[in-house]
Design a binder for this molecule. Structure first.
Ligand SMILES: Cc1ncc(COP(=O)(O)O)c(C=O)c1O
Length: 400
């Protein structure tokens, strides 16, 4: 029997001819342009801030760097302590907290959003909690009113990792505008791409100055505030004001070329996101709810991936699903986008003990029985039907 190949990668055509043309036009100016961080980066930050609805954005070379700067800025402004993190984020969410001297405190996921379980977050708050570092997984909003109200009442800062959820909303307002700081990634696999790239956003002027300095070696001249620069210069009269290093920091700058691509991409983002949302709805509507989880809370969601989670923990069915996807050329990642239950990963097992992961059954289910499959604007409806048709026909009890 011939097996139709759906030829379905995790991401397709995310950097298009128009983006490359913008780069070529930028490079071919009569006076050769500056390529290191300069006016294009500044413009991209301004346009991104306007699109998102925040005052300040700091463009960096990856979403992981955005995570790192955010944790470093928290450390410099609030000191170290505990940070509540999910068990299903990207490694860099937890690694950045550890690298900046925070103690991560873990919570299980809400299966209907894949984000943190609000009740568990609230239970884990202690006097040492410095922030809740929440990840919106694969386009699903992870916020709710109880969480926002409680954090605000207890004066615990919320930090949002929106690396997988550009354009998603809660109560009609874009994710990434609720937290004290928020992070986005522009890696190729996401809603929009600058090849590699990331951005930190905030409405807090002081944090903005710190983030700018942290991006470039902790160098004070990178701050925009004249008063802040003056105060460092007068407190350190023995130093050249061009070379005052306020913090042990990093160089995570990006380049003008990446910013040019970002500016071109941003023009198409909303339109692309609408196509992705339509695709996800079709996928979930046509998937068999007896076999797969279809009751995700999709309100306000904006996904660059289809979330495929098996209803039951059935290893035979799982192997059959994987065989079917492989046979039909559909690329997938088991454990969702970040590799599943982070507490099973060697970098954490060594710290938290080898049995800790057992306390988080919801994330463990996704670890073994949850997948992500690419969702991009050019996907045709027939292809989505063909995929759900295939998946609905996968046998549950006899190995293929
Ligand atoms: C939730 C989340 N946070 C952070 C990152 C890190 O972004 P990057 O790959 O740009 O370093 C990713 C990347 O995929 C992510 O999905």
């Amino acid at each position: 029997m011939s097996v139709p190949n759906l030829n379905w990668p995790l991401m397709e055509n995310n950097i298009v001819a128009a983006d490359l043309k913008a780069v070529v036009a930028f490079l071919q100016q009569e006076t050769p342009p500056i390529l290191t961080q300069s006016s294009q980066v500044k413009l991209f930050e301004k346009e991104w801030s306007e699109w998102l609805g925040v005052k300040y954005s700091v463009f960096v070379n990856s979403g992981s760097s955005a995570n790192l700067l955010t944790m470093a800025a928290l450390r410099e402004t609030a000191g170290t302590g505990e940070v509540i993190v999910p068990t299903l984020p990207r490694v860099s969410d937890i690694a950045s907290a550890l690298q900046c001297g925070f103690e991560p405190v873990f919570v299980d996921i809400n299966p209907r959003t894949l984000g943190m379980d609000t009740q568990q977050v609230l239970e884990k708050i202690t006097p040492r909690t410095k922030a809740v570092f929440l990840t919106h997984i694969l386009g699903y909003n992870a916020l709710d009113d109880i969480l926002l109200n409680e954090l605000s009442a207890r004066k615990i800062p919320l930090i949002e990792d929106v690396c997988e959820s550009h354009g998603a909303t809660f109560h009609g307002r874009k994710l990434g505008t609720f937290g004290l700081m928020s992070n986005f990634s522009f890696y190729y696999a996401h809603h929009m791409s600058t090849i590699e790239g990331g951005i930190v956003c905030t409405n807090d002027e002081r944090l903005y100055q710190f983030l700018r300095m942290l991006r470039s070696h902790g160098m004070v001249r990178e701050a925009e505030s004249v008063e802040l620069k003056k105060s460092y210069a007068s407190n350190h009269a023995d130093l050249n004001p061009d070379f005052i290093f306020a913090f042990p920091a990093y160089n995570v700058r990006s380049t003008e070329i990446n910013a040019v691509i970002g500016r071109a991409q941003l023009k198409r983002l909303d339109e692309n996101n609408q196509a992705r949302t339509d695709n996800l709805n079709l996928f979930l509507e046509t998937l068999n709810p007896e076999k797969y989880q279809t009751d995700f809370i999709t309100e306000g969601s904006c996904n660059y991936a289809f979330t495929l989670v098996l209803k039951r923990a059935n290893p035979i069915f799982r192997d059959n699903v994987e065989t079917t996807l492989r046979q039909h050329g559909v690329e997938f990642r088991r454990g969702s986008s970040g590799g599943g239950n982070q507490l099973r990963q060697p970098y954490l097992r060594a710290r938290v003990g080898t049995n800790e992961h057992k306390k988080y059954p919801n994330v463990d289910h996704v670890h073994f029985y949850g997948y992500y499959i690419g969702n991009y604007p050019t996907l045709e409806r027939q292809k989505i039907f063909a995929l759900t048709n295939l998946l609905n026909g996968v046998p549950e009890d006899v190995l293929l």
